[in-house]
Design a binder for this molecule. Structure first.
Ligand code: GLY
Length: 568
């Protein structure tokens, strides 16, 4: 891999510096440590150790945080097929060293041929099977255009240097851990079922620990992207493979959809909490709005770790009201007038919370479809700070685990099932159990509502934290908890990430807590206030970086996954 990176450079001294410094770098696999990896200068935290290493190598070569983000994105597309992607989309929030902020929306779009009722049967019943799996579930991918635009605006290393590490990983393969081997084996049936041509390198065997996953077609697609940039994906051979796959499988994405797709630089959503400035993602994500609403309400209340059930009650009551707002008002603001400013004003939040009772839960109406919550919530987030102090917070996704489970034959990448993030019928929950209405209905070329919340915090005008997570509808509430644990409960970054998480979202009307949480006293207090509690698998995988008082960087890499920090 280094050879490939090196070949992108002419200067021998530059490579010598790189080789020396690599010996001095530190990297680690996360366990449940209290203190995260510390770095003097730079840090990358992502869902996969190999991707974090790629990001660190790019920083060591003199690349900036955006260069590293592009390389990490491409590496995750190879080593983390459940969510890393070429066939998906996402959001990137950037803070430059002197404080200029930017956000890039490379969210997928509905194909031109999409229509409001495309997921209803003849009787008008929703068919989540086709909004979640197979060819009709895919939106027009945005990731490659997003990475190209990020590079055009901020890239300092050659584009090829950022793609080469991913090509090596795909072409030479990488060894699977036990968890990865089990994951791939368990998804092979679905990949076979939904792809029109059996992707045998994924489905042809039961994987074992240490097996090498080689992805030749994906390597070829990455080479085309390396050599032709945007055109390497949205035109030519790869586009032909994608459109042919759609035709064979009854999907909608056409050459015209691919030609027309553009990612967009948008003004980031910003707000304040005490001495902190929050820089996050606005529509088509509702995640940033939800985060600012929660912090806005919190600012009017006192919380303490000693009264933890009061804090959880307060948090749940906020979530109940805010997720009702989400269902009504949040969508792609290019198609629907999302009242962003109003939703985050102090006046509105005070009114919204007027009927809060500190002793009693406010019941939400019960819905049956809430049990859909057990669906997977795969997305992936990474946080990067470079040696200059530039920061990138980036969340990207295929939506569910392995997206639509369609692998584009000949091109070797998996397509998203992001269309399920639209409201396929008003009042019908998506795979995360969240409801939507008219605002988020399917329309051609519209972006589906997201919860992804890549976020950066400043304290007194200086970089303070870079944070984000996967987790579908639980994303904004996990980011909220990661922030509150540090600011209000005085935790370090890794400690904050380790902490148990809780989630609630209006409907279904309960508090989810992570398996293994066993504080009976807190649960009893919550039940006494009228809350129902339900155990579920882990919530989110927060990957974050904290700038400590002495200027060193502390990584928080989530032990819930294979998440890993690499820094120096
Ligand atoms: N697909 C998950 C999200 O965008 O929120």
């Amino acid at each position: 891999m280094l050879k490939m990176i090196k070949s992108s450079f002419s200067s021998r001294s530059q490579f010598f510096i790189f080789s020396i410094s690599i010996l001095l770098t530190i990297s680690c696999l996360p366990q449940k440590h209290k203190l995260g990896l510390l770095g003097e200068k730079a840090m990358v935290v992502s869902a996969h150790p190999l991707a974090s290493e790629v990001g660190k190598d790019i920083l060591l070569l003199g690349g900036n945080a955006v260069d590293a983000a592009i390389a990490v994105h491409m590496a995750l597309a190879v080593v983390y097929p459940q969510a890393g992607n070429l066939g998906g989309g996402g959001f990137m929030v950037i803070r430059e060293k002197y404080g200029e902020v930017h956000s890039l929306d490379y969210r997928e779009k509905a194909p031109l041929a999409a229509s409001r009722d495309m997921y209803l049967d003849a009787q008008g019943n929703p068919q989540p099977e086709i909004s979640q799996n197979g060819h009709l579930a895919s939106g027009v991918p945005g990731s490659v255009d997003g990475m190209v635009k990020a590079h055009e605006k901020f890239g300092s290393l050659p584009w090829s240097a950022l793609i080469n590490p991913a090509i090596v990983l795909a072409e030479d393969g990488f060894n699977l851990t036990e968890v990865e081997a089990n994951f791939l084996s368990s998804y092979s049936g679905n990949l076979k079922k939904y792809s029109t041509i059996d992707p045998v390198h994924y489905t042809g065997k039961v994987f074992k620990t240490g097996d090498k996953l080689v992805q030749k077609e994906l390597a070829n697609t990455l080479k085309l992207i390396r050599d032709h940039g945007r055109e390497g994906f949205y035109a030519g051979e790869v586009a032909d493979h994608l459109v042919a796959e759609m035709r064979r499988g009854g999907g909608l994405i056409s050459h015209e959809d691919l030609e027309k797709y553009q990612s967009i630089w948008r003004k980031p959503l910003t707000g304040n909490y005490k001495d902190y400035r929050i820089i996050t993602m606005g529509p088509p994500s509702g995640g940033g709005i939800i985060l600012l609403q929660m912090l806005g309400i919190l600012e009017n209340h006192k919380i303490s770790k000693n009264k933890f059930s009061d804090y959880l009650h307060l948090k749940t009551e906020m979530e109940r009201r805010i997720y009702a707002d989400r269902a009504e008002y949040m969508a792609d603001a290019d198609f629907y007038p999302v009242p962003v400013e109003q939703l985050v004003t102090d006046k509105y939040l005070k009114e919204r919370f007027q009927n809060f009772n500190p002793d009693k839960a406010t019941p939400s109406t019960e819905i049956k479809a809430g049990d859909l919550l057990q669906e997977s919530e795969e997305t992936t987030h990474f946080s990067i700070v470079d040696q200059e102090g530039n920061a990138v917070s980036s969340t990207t996704t295929l939506n569910g685990n392995m997206g639509s489970k369609v692998l584009v034959a000949g091109a070797g990448f998996i397509l998203n099932n992001e269309m399920d993030d639209f409201s396929i019928k008003p009042g019908f929950p998506n795979m995360f159990g969240v409801l939507g209405g008219e605002a988020n209905k399917v329309e051609p070329e519209k972006r589906m509502l997201s919860s992804m919340s890549p976020t950066i915090l400043e304290k007194n005008g200086k970089l303070f934290m870079v944070v984000g997570t996967p987790g579908g509808s639980t994303i904004p509430t996990s980011v909220f908890q990661a922030i509150v644990n540090v600011i209000e409960f005085d935790m370090g970054m890794q400690e904050s990430v380790n902490e148990n998480r809780f989630h609630s979202q209006w409907k279904p009307d309960w508090i989810s807590y992570e398996k293994g949480y066993s504080n009976e006293a807190i649960m009893k207090e919550l039940r006494a206030k009228g809350h129902e509690l339900k155990e579920r698998n882990s919530i989110g995988k927060v990957d974050a970086i904290l700038v400590r008082e002495d200027g060193t960087l502390e990584a928080g890499a989530d032990y819930r996954g294979m998440d890993s920090a690499a820094g120096f």
